[in-house]
Design a protein around this ligand. Structure first.
Ligand SMILES: *Cc1c(COP(=O)(O)O)cnc(C)c1O
Length: 426
């Protein structure tokens, strides 16, 4: 499909030919055509460039990795739609006057967490930054040496602390920190401790001779306790699921219990175990929440109406206990191994390739590190990852021991026909 070497096609001609195969807008096809012509003018090179450009755009994919909250795939998948209508983002319907952007969603999260008040910001990193800046700027914050951690995506406690203008005071040792260590740090004449920050070391686990100080004990200290619980599990008893809480949630700190234990504030992400959009939630004592809301950084870190509306829907699903119907993450969690096996059998039968295998799915996003949940997959021989990524929508899978596995727990059953189709074409 090359053009004669003596007469390269014009940029425009080539861009028009590309348009027959690509949905990219004309200026991007012109870029691809221009690059290809500078390189000799081959159509197939231009076509490849256009395809790569197209694939560099945000693309919905089928997540068959078995990592339910895949950070590279946007963490919690969430369906949300809303009309192109004005909404009461900062408008009080009762008075007709300007209202608070935080009121609608804040009151729902406060209710959900059993807290006096709540606000939401861009993500949990923002939430921690805002809390530290609003409550401890120019003062000290006591953090256990075992919790001065880095959590994926370059969230590092000492660095967030530095950005906030608060000073970090290390407490205890890497493996053990007791209440008396905090007391000593607060009473030391050279410190001015504004609060204690407890950080859930989400993405790793230390085992052996380890001890941390629970929130219930920290709550006896003379300064406010802020707990960054990370993943946004709302309630450790998981009242929105039938039966006992899943075993893999054991030890994951939850909002309701952390507040009940006496945390003055908690912070967590919207798009991890909560199952919602990217956001950070700050909940707890009203006076402290309001100091955060009034800080100038709150304006820079605020969410827009789209995220607020999605978060409101998520909070309402929890309050209605319809989480396992409404939120894709909890739908994946709630699937029984039997249901997954039936899907796998049907897929292998219809595609005529592959075999049904037992797999282990992961919550992901640094939640419940090292813990897996039983799952079922379809495995085919060889490394077929690139081939699977070339389908529309692309399928993202994993390889192990020379086989490619599509884990069904992270796949919406509505996508099973697509898997059958793709596997059949491999
Ligand atoms: C994930 C996590 C963060 C960062 O949250 P983002 O929403 O990604 O900004 C901070 N702290 C803890 C404990 C976490 O688990």
């Amino acid at each position: 499909m090359t053009t004669p070497a003596d007469r390269p096609p014009s940029v425009d001609t080539l861009a028009r030919r590309l348009a027959e195969h690509s949905s990219l807008p004309h200026p991007m096809l012109v870029d691809a055509a221009r690059t290809a012509i500078a390189d000799g003018g081959r159509f197939d090179e231009a076509f490849e460039l256009a395809r790569n450009l197209e694939r560099s755009l945000l693309t919905p994919v089928v997540n068959a990795t078995g990592v339910l909250l895949h950070t590279n795939l946007g963490r919690a998948p969430l369906a949300h739609s809303q009309a192109a209508r004005a909404q009461t983002v900062e408008f009080d319907l009762a008075t007709g006057e300007r209202g608070s952007r935080q009121r609608a969603v804040g009151q729902l999260f406060a209710r959900l967490c059993g807290a006096e008040d709540a606000i939401v910001v861009n993500n949990n990193a923002s939430a921690v930054l805002l809390v530290l800046a609003a409550l401890a700027e120019g003062q000290d914050v006591a953090v256990s040496r075992g919790e001065s951690v880095e959590i994926g995506g370059a969230f590092r406690v000492p660095e967030v602390m530095e950005q906030s203008g608060a000073r970090l005071v290390d407490v205890g040792t890497t493996n053990r920190t007791r209440l008396s260590d905090y007391e000593r740090a607060i009473e030391r004449p050279d410190t001015d401790v504004a609060l204690v920050l407890k950080v859930h070391p989400s993405n790793y686990r230390v085992e052996g001779f380890v001890e941390d100080t629970p929130v219930a004990q920290l709550a006896t200290l003379d300064v406010p306790v802020v707990a960054d619980i990370g993943s946004g599990l709302i309630d450790a008893t998981v009242p929105w699921m039938k039966g006992a809480p899943p075993a893999w949630l054991n030890g994951e700190p939850a909002a309701v219990q952390t507040i009940a234990d006496g945390a003055d504030l908690i912070t967590f992400s919207g798009d991890k175990l909560l199952g919602g959009p990217q956001a950070g939630i700050i909940a707890g004592r009203r006076d402290l929440v309001q100091r955060c809301a009034r800080h100038p950084l709150a304006r820079a870190l605020r969410c827009g109406g789209l995220v607020l509306a999605a978060l409101q829907d998520v909070a309402l699903s929890y309050l209605h206990k319809t989480v396992c119907d409404d939120l894709a993450f909890w739908r994946m969690v709630a699937q029984s191994p039997d249901a997954l096996r039936a899907r796998a059998d049907a897929i292998v039968g219809a595609a005529g390739v592959g075999g049904v295998v037992d797999t282990e799915a992961l919550p992901g996003a640094g939640s419940a590190p090292g813990i897996t949940m039983p799952s079922i997959g379809v495995a085919v021989d060889g490394d077929r990852l690139a081939e699977l990524r070339s389908f529309d929508p692309p399928i993202i899978a994993r390889t192990r021991d020379g086989r490619t596995t599509l884990d069904l727990r992270s796949v919406d059953p509505a996508d099973d026909p697509h898997l059958i189709d793709a596997l059949g074409q491999l």
